[in-house]
Design a protein around this ligand. Structure first.
Ligand code: HEC
Length: 215
C-alpha cells in the first residue's frame, strides 16, 4: 500500500516538474520574441502595463493633457515641489529636470541606485521611471509604487516638462497616417511597423523584432 502511494506520488511529482519545465521554456521563448519594455531596455527588467506599453511615448505625449498632469502631480506633491527654487522634501525639487543627469539637484542625498544611471532624463526614461521607480533604479529611495496608466504618465511628463524644461516633444511616428491629429488609433497602428523610426537610439534593438511582430 505504502509503496503504491509513493509510486503514484512520484509520478504526480514528475508530471508537475515536466509541466513546470515546459512553462519556463515557453515563457523564455515568448519573451525573447516580443520585448515588453520598449525603448529603454534594462537587463532583466520588465515594465508593468502589458499591451498599452506598446504605444510609444511620442504618441502619448502628442495627446497629453497638461492640466490633467498637474492634477495627477498631487500624487507626487507629498514628497516633491516643482516650482523654481522650491525646497527639497523627502524627494528633490523637480524644476527643470528634463535634459539633466539622474540626480539633478546638487546637495540632495540621492541613492547611488539613481545617480549611477548613465545619461540624462528624457521622456522615455521618465515614463519608465514613473511606471515603476524600483524597476528603473533598483534600490532607489523613491518609495512610490508608480503610475500604471501610460497616458497618465504622459500627462504628468507634459506638465513636468512645462515647469522649467520646455524641451520639444519627439515627433510621433505617423508615416502612412494622414495627420498626427488623426488620433492615437492610426498612429498606434503605424507604430508597430515603424517603431524603428520612432525609438531613437534603440533602433537596432527593437527594429528587427517589431518587423517580425508586424508580419
Ligand atoms: C514618498 C515620496 C515620493 C513620492 C510620492 C514621489 N517621489 Fe519622486 N523621489 C522621491 C525620492 C526620495 C527621490 C530620490 C530617489 C533616489 O535618490 O533614489 C525621488 C526622485 C525623483 C526624481 C528624480 C529627480 C532627479 O533629480 O533626478 C523624479 C523625476 C521624481 N522623483 C518624480 C516623481 C513624480 C513625477 C512623482 C509622482 C508621480 C513622484 N516622484 C513621487 C520621493 C518621492
Amino acid at each position: 500500500m505504502d509503496n503504491r502511494t509513493n509510486t503514484i506520488a512520484g509520478w504526480a511529482l514528475a508530471g508537475c516538474t515536466a509541466a513546470l519545465g515546459l512553462s519556463i521554456i515557453s515563457g523564455m521563448y515568448f519573451h525573447s520574441e516580443r520585448p515588453e519594455n520598449m525603448g529603454y531596455p534594462i537587463e532583466g527588467v520588465e515594465t508593468a502595463g502589458g499591451a498599452a506599453e506598446e504605444i510609444p511615448i511620442a504618441t502619448l505625449l502628442a495627446s497629453a493633457d497638461v492640466a490633467a498632469g498637474q492634477a495627477s502631480f498631487a500624487k507626487c506633491a507629498a514628497c516633491h515641489t516643482i516650482t523654481q527654487g522650491g525646497a527639497n522634501g523627502i524627494g528633490p525639487n523637480l524644476w527643470a529636470a528634463f535634459g539633466k543627469p539622474h540626480g539633478h539637484v546638487a546637495g540632495f542625498a540621492y541613492s547611488d541606485a539613481l545617480t549611477s544611471i548613465p545619461g540624462n532624463w528624457d521622456f522615455q526614461g521618465m515614463s519608465d521611471w514613473l511606471a515603476s521607480p524600483r524597476r528603473y533604479a533598483p534600490g532607489t529611495k523613491m518609495t512610490f509604487a508608480g503610475l500604471s496608466d501610460p497616458q497618465e504618465r504622459a500627462n504628468v511628463i507634459a506638465y513636468m516638462n512645462a515647469q522649467g524644461s520646455n524641451l520639444p516633444f519627439p515627433a510621433p511616428p505617423v508615416e502612412g497616417a494622414e495627420e498626427p491629429a488623426e488620433g492615437e488609433e492610426a498612429a498606434a497602428n503605424a507604430t508597430d511597423a515603424e517603431a524603428d523610426n520612432a525609438v531613437e537610439g534603440n533602433a537596432t534593438e527593437t527594429a528587427g523584432e517589431n518587423a517580425t511582430a508586424a508580419e
